[in-house]
Design a protein around this ligand. Sequence first.
Ligand code: C2E
Ligand code: CA
Ligand code: CA
Ligand code: CA
Length: 278
Amino acid sequence: AKAGGGQRSEFFDPALAEAAEQRRHMENDLRQALREQQFELFFQPIVDIAAGRVAGAEALIRWRHPERGLVPPDRFIPLIEQSGLIDGLGLWVLDDACRQLAEWQRAGRPHYLSINVSGRQIPHGLPPAAVAEALARHGIPASRLALEITEGILLANIGEAQAWLQAVQALGVRVYLDDFGTGYSSLSYLNRFPLDTLKIDRSFVQDMATGNNAHSLVIAIVAMARSVGLQVVAEGVETAGQLEILSAIGCQYAQGYYLSRPVTAADFPEVASEIDRR
Ligand code: C2E
Ligand code: CA
Ligand code: CA
Ligand code: CA
């Protein structure tokens, strides 16, 4: 039986329909963006604190939208993940990062570069063989590339994640654990995965000077990481005071607005040289 028009409208939520419509529109935009290469990697220096020099960079994606300008990743990555476009985008990021590494190599810059990998890409969206191919295509030593993953990836499917991690590490590619401290990982748990580096989430770094226990937590994380042979990058360093504390604690690497914002590939060499000279 056909429902009456009035009855049907009971189930019609204009706000929901509009949201769905916007989403479809945005998805189409994103497909077009992929085809037309509207994405661009920015680079934020990662600084060796003791040496006072740039050791490498993290690649952070931006969308140069023809009308809306530069769109930050938080505004499109979730939809990219939901719509299944993340695998294609992830392979583009990998290739472009390797291309950039090749350019730095030719210019005599021994920087390493890390890229962000979404949980959705593991294990099938970013096969270790594709990583090996990208490195070979651009003539890059594997040790120059790092993949940043979050602990959610490890928790979601321990067996598959572990096999994937072992395969990329066997290539010589580094693996960083991003946003460390925001999840549930314990040290004993982390020990089960082949990781190279912990990135301490910026919430800890930014609370360090405010007198709560973030300071002791950062000390504990650095000591703990060191005891199991992991390097540590402190994220979100915004002040000289934070950098001083991190230096005193013996944290090896720092990244944040105080050192530099993420910058374009064209600006990166100048920014890196400036930090090295400082
Ligand atoms: P993330 O991996 O934790 O990256 C760090 C974010 O913190 C970046 O935001 C960076 O610009 C910002 N940041 C750096 N220093 C500071 C600071 O001192 N203070 C503050 N308040 N923020 C700082 P961004 O570039 O907007 O990226 C946001 C997130 O988007 C990233 O978080 C990452 O999860 C994701 N993302 C970025 N690029 C990619 C990509 O190529 N692929 C995937 N799957 N995700 C990406
Ligand atoms: Ca990251
Ligand atoms: Ca992070
Ligand atoms: Ca320096």
